[in-house]
Design a protein around this ligand. Sequence first.
Ligand code: ADP
Ligand code: MG
Length: 392
Amino acid sequence: MFEKRGTVLSKFEELANEFKDLHGAAPRIFSAPGRVNLIGEHTDYNEGFVMPAAINFSTAVAVAGREDRTIVIQSDQFADRAELDLDKPPSQGTHHWSDYPFGVAIKLEEAGCRLRGANLLIKSNVPIGAGLSSSAAIEVSTALALLDNSGLTTDRLELAKNCQKAENEFVGARSGIMDQFIACFGAEGHALMLDCRSLESTPLPIPDGVKLVVCNTMVKHQLAGGEYNKRRAECEAGVRVLSPHLPKTASLRDVTLADLESYRAELPEVVYRRCRHIVTENDRVLRAADALRSSDLQTFGKLMAESHQSLRDDYEVSCRELDLMVGFANEVEGTIGARMTGGGFGGCTINLVAADRVDAFREHVSARYTKAVGRNPEVYVCTAATAAARVQ
Ligand code: ADP
Ligand code: MG
């Protein structure tokens, strides 16, 4: 919101005005949230459990129809505009930011949705590349805008899957369904426990008076991509050793800690520890869900701490900056839980913090981190927000 000649314009009205100036028509506006994952890290590609929440940082897309079959797009985050001819769709992205929305348009058409041409204008406050899923936010908001503009509707799960396809096949990023799913199904004041095998989800209330505080280390180590693929391969290696002993084991999701201990001797030490992280992390997500159901924040915080230790020691995807940030968070009275979130090797931590302690938290963690690392962290104070929708 900002003041202008005595009136207060919402960010959507502001976007609508900018759109009118550019294209001369009043747009419809669709918005989709970013997200943060509270617990359940690296479990998605092992068919396990995750617990994301949609957040009050979002991407809005203004749309109005065109007479041709061209999509013209601009974003407040980038200077250049891009065009897509729906009758000559490329098969691959070009490493341009527009790959995400254009990938969505192309996958929707491949799924049988005949789209009309559209002018699109994007406005977002989801930090890009910080691990809050600006990518799913732009995908899902664009999908809703393009479908509405074409007089079409689709099932939300199909929509999430189409957006994931756009990211996997057109952009070329190997990501699970979590980000698009929570953008489509998030519920205000709630996290969702998502079963990445069945895609069933359970809403879990975040107690009033608790903020989801994300701290960005502002570092991303080069290791991230290669190590991610290595972890996936190590998990698969674990399943190959365990499955002959444990019929019906299709993924680490099916393995218990007792199973793992029984066959420990057959696993290389590193593979054993990788498997132990996944098996214990799945169990932590289930226990964290129980804790939220009974508003037991103390247990939830303890599980977050255990998750961080397991990611650091068994899965080895943390780094000095993430460990420092978690340590500084734990020094603040009012911190309920703190851990790294996302793939690791930099990026963000997620902290559950008592609302009335958020200012003290921000001050303490920022000062300590800046002194230790020599960089100012960014701190995003989030609440659990609702799913993507038409907003104007
Ligand atoms: P994140 O963790 O934010 O999802 P990704 O690397 O998965 O990071 O996605 C970021 C990319 O998504 C950007 O580089 C850009 O191509 C695209 N993107 C996200 N938000 C926007 C936006 N508001 N406008 C244009 N492109 C965007
Ligand atoms: Mg992303």
